[in-house]
Design a protein around this ligand. Structure first.
Ligand SMILES: *Cc1c(COP(=O)(O)O)cnc(C)c1O
Length: 356
């Protein structure tokens, strides 16, 4: 897309409009149509999408927000930054998504919201989560940062809970050329609040009814992402093909590891994360692959309730066993649309050589 994107870049440079404006408006409408929501609001990052969503819901000091212990830091960091308390729940062993039973145990009279993360691009069990939270009148925010284009039961991620939050960090499914994010909702009043909050809480310029922040999306990011959006379906198909190839090559080999269930309908395969039967082999395997020029990543080496900044909140080590063992056993293999079949075969040969 080099030529097309370079032309877009030049037109934005010449336009003199660099923040919000017509490119952002058009991108928001196109995202809303693609995702199947009434409102989409472009913001400065996935982290700021979470902040703005929580602020729009009026969550603050004294409130609790339940989120999974096994996710990217931003999910809980946003809760802490608005003055609320993140309450950590455990995840399901297969998908690593929020466990509805653990959510039920984490709810208290102070719970004001639940954040369900669609980890690695597979949708959390939203029906069950909505039933558990909804039974207590608690709204569910989807952290869909890793799941742009993922689907569950015919609805796209970000269109299932009360609000959805997306990131356009370059490695996400719809990756930008810098930071960017999006908030989605069908609720007109919440959408209006997020629009105001992203501009310091002003619904009219210089007229501040609430305190927001600078959460605005750049015109350049919107303009470039608009050109990528029509190709997203093809890019997701490539990710799914790569996952199927990994599954075919690694699955039959009798290796001491388990594979992710990326074949589930609607999985958007933002990451392909294997799990080692023997956790002590994870880091040596990673080093061995690195020596052969194969980059891997550990998402995430510590669950959030054991991060130094949150450890005082609890629960203690041992309380969320699925999240804790996932942090020890998982390894993310290379996955991105441009990966080739030969490269995948090379990764699999290197894993097999180490483990057999
Ligand atoms: C990437 C990510 C975010 C944060 O998005 P940024 O755009 O990097 O701020 C939040 N939650 C999850 C689950 C993510 O993967």
């Amino acid at each position: 897309m080099q030529d097309e994107l370079t032309a877009v870049f030049q037109s934005i440079i010449q336009s003199g409009r660099y923040i919000l404006g017509p490119e952002v408006d058009a991108f928001e409408s196109e995202c809303a149509a693609y995702l199947g929501v009434r409102h989409a609001i472009g913001v400065s990052s996935g982290t700021d999408a979470l902040l703005a969503a929580l602020m729009a819901l009026g969550v603050g000091a004294g409130d609790e927000v339940v989120c999974p212990a096994y996710t990217f830091f931003a999910t809980a960091g946003a809760v802490h930054r608005i003055g609320a308390r993140p309450v950590f729940a455990d995840v399901l062993p297969g998908s690593f998504n929020l466990d509805p039973a653990s959510l039920a145990r984490a709810l208290t009279a102070r719970t004001r919201a639940v954040i369900a993360v669609h980890l690695f691009g597979g949708c959390a069990p939203m029906d069950e989560l909505l039933a558990v939270a909804g039974g207590r009148g608690v709204p569910v925010i989807e952290d869909a940062a890793q799941a742009f284009g993922a689907e569950r039961a015919g609805r796209r991620a970000g269109a299932i809970g009360l609000m959805g939050c997306f990131s356009f960090f370059p490695t996400k499914n719809l990756g930008g050329f810098g930071d960017g994010g999006l908030v989605t909702t069908d609720d007109g009043e919440l959408a209006a609040r997020v629009r105001a909050l992203r501009a310091h809480g002003a619904r009219r310029k210089h007229h501040h009814t609430r305190v927001g922040g600078n959460f605005r999306l750049d015109a350049l990011q919107a303009a470039l992402l608009r050109r990528k959006l029509p190709r997203l379906g093809a890019l997701l198909d490539r990710r799914r093909e790569h996952a199927a190839q990994y599954a075919a090559l690694l699955g039959g080999a009798g290796l001491p590891l388990s594979l992710p269930d990326t074949g589930a309908a609607g999985h958007s395969v933002n990451q392909y994360v294997i799990r080692l039967d023997d956790a002590s082999l994870r880091d040596p395997l990673r080093s061995s692959l690195a020596e052969r020029g194969i980059g891997t990543e550990v998402y995430y080496p510590a669950p959030l309730h054991l991060q130094p900044c949150f450890a005082s909140l609890g629960p203690p080590a041992g309380a969320l066993p699925v999240a804790e063992s996932a942090a020890r056993e998982t390894l993310a293999l290379p996955i991105f649309p441009e990966l080739t079949r030969e490269e995948i075969a090379r990764v699999v040969r290197a894993i097999t050589a180490f483990l057999v």
